[in-house]
Design a protein around this ligand. Structure first.
Ligand SMILES: O=P(O)(O)OC[C@H]1O[C@](O)(COP(=O)(O)O)[C@@H](O)[C@@H]1O
Ligand SMILES: [Mg+2]
Ligand SMILES: [Mg+2]
Length: 323
């Protein structure tokens, strides 16, 4: 089937499945349940000021962060929809300390990692936020199925709730983007076969942390500023990485002398977005090794993360290695 703009996501998923005669349809059902849950999240975000979904819940999550109402709602809608498939064994979420094993998932073949709402510090001020997902094959009867290298993901993606709602995902055969048509209520293929530009002119670092960075990272940022790169930083990783995928350049959240391991979480932020950037022809690294080769040790571990255009990342890695 030739990938043509205009096909809707559900049909695209089923066409993709047809390529694998032995496929059981389980992964397709999981992707379609994510599609349905994110439509609910999208509709609430689009009228957030009119319905009671803004503000804090008054609880601190396992990350030590204040939980937004939409963090919790997005988490519950996603877990409910996924649990209803009976196709997955367990889920790990930014909003849940432990892995969750749904009643009906005992024979589930997959496990899934979720960032239900990324960039949630921006949701009250109407700036783009999103949902991130990462899917692995189940390899055990406990939560060690989550401690697999990012390279072993069978699918990863995100939904960005921005000027439009878009779902971007990959099952290891390239990256495709779908835009939600609110009139039809379907995600329609709008960005087939996304390829990240080899080189960009944008850097996305939170420069307010400049003083806390290593000399190598300071040197790299000084170089790109000298070269006339533009700073764009939304503080919603999804929005910064989505722009980087389409326009090129580099996104980074380095470790520093306060956040010793950085801020970004490996399982449900760095790995899924690193998988997409890599599938689109870019590079994703923790500064020392390819992020997709890192063996996770814990469910909510943090990691320094740098990802983007191949040539920008090669320059970044060579400058920081020398320093
Ligand atoms: O405000 P900072 O320190 O730059 O951090 C921004 C980063 O934190 C995050 O908001 C963390 O994600 P959550 O909102 O899912 O907790 C990233 O999306 C973003 O890149
Ligand atoms: Mg996040
Ligand atoms: Mg989040």
């Amino acid at each position: 089937m030739k990938i043509e703009k205009g096909i809707d996501l559900s049909r695209f998923i089923l066409e993709e499945e047809r390529k694998y005669p032995k496929a059981s349809g389980t992964l397709s059902r999981i992707l379609i349940s994510i599609e349905n849950a994110t439509k609910i999240i999208s509709s609430h975000i689009r009228k957030a000021g009119l319905v009671d979904v803004l503000g804090k819940v008054g609880r601190i999550n396992v990350q030590g962060e204040e939980v937004q109402k939409l963090d919790e709602l997005a988490n519950n809608w996603l877990v409910e929809h996924l649990a209803s498939t009976g196709d997955f064994f367990a889920v790990v979420s930014e909003e849940m300390e432990k892995a969750f094993f749904p009643e009906g998932g005992k024979d589930g073949k997959y496990v899934i990692c979720l960032d239900p709402l990324d960039g949630s510090s921006n949701v009250d001020v109407n700036i783009s936020v999103g949902t991130i997902f990462s899917i692995y094959k189940r390899i055990s009867d406990d939560d060690t199925s989550f401690l697999q290298e990012g390279r072993k993901q069978v699918a990863a993606g995100y939904v960005i709730y921005g000027s439009s709602t878009m779902l971007v995902y990959s099952t290891g055969n390239g990256v495709n983007g779908f835009t939600l048509d609110p009139g039809v209520g379907s995600f329609i293929l709008s960005h087939p076969n996304i390829r990240i530009p080899e080189k960009g002119k944008i850097y996305a670092f939170n420069e307010s942390n400049y003083k806390r960075w290593s000399d190598g990272i300071k040197k790299y940022v000084d170089i790109v500023k000298e070269k006339g790169y533009t700073l764009r930083y939304v503080a919603s990783m999804i929005a910064d990485v989505h722009r980087t995928l389409l326009k090129g350049g580099i996104f980074a959240y380095p470790a520093d002398n306060v956040n010793k391991n950085g801020k970004i979480r490996l399982l449900y932020e760095a790995n899924p977005l690193g998988f997409l950037v890599t599938q689109a022809g870019g590079i994703a690294s923790n500064g020392n090794s390819n992020i997709l080769d890192v063996k996770p040790e814990s469910l909510h571990q943090r990691t320094p993360i740098f990802m983007g255009s191949k040539m920008d990342m090669e320059e970044f890695l060579s400058v920081t290695k020398e320093s």
